[in-house]
Design a protein. Structure first.
Length: 95
């Protein structure tokens, strides 16, 4: 299961389980939010680690950048598109 698949499945889960949603949102206030989030994901049965999450966002952004404007260095920076962690929380906070 890819990081993207894990986050998609978690997002579906939080829309049906308010307790899980609150537990994940509470990780944002931890001293190390990214580590707390990954630990909570592991407790929920998802093997997710901080560097995998960071790397997945960068890989996702790089593939998007390659597919637009020829992928050259002049391709515009897509604000926030490289941070799957922040995009995940933006989606679940809107509920």
């Amino acid at each position: 299961m890819t990081v993207y698949d894990i986050l998609t499945e978690l997002q579906e889960k939080v829309f049906h389980d308010e307790t899980v949603r609150q537990e994940l949102l509470e990780t944002r206030t931890a001293e190390e939010p990214l580590f707390a989030f990954c630990k909570k994901c592991q407790e929920l049965g998802y093997e997710l680690y901080p560097m995998e999450l960071v790397n997945a966002g960068e890989e996702f952004y790089a593939s998007m950048k390659r597919s637009t404007n020829g992928g050259g260095e002049n391709s515009p920076k897509l604000e926030g598109e490289d941070d799957l962690y922040e995009l995940f929380f933006a989606a679940i906070e809107e509920k």
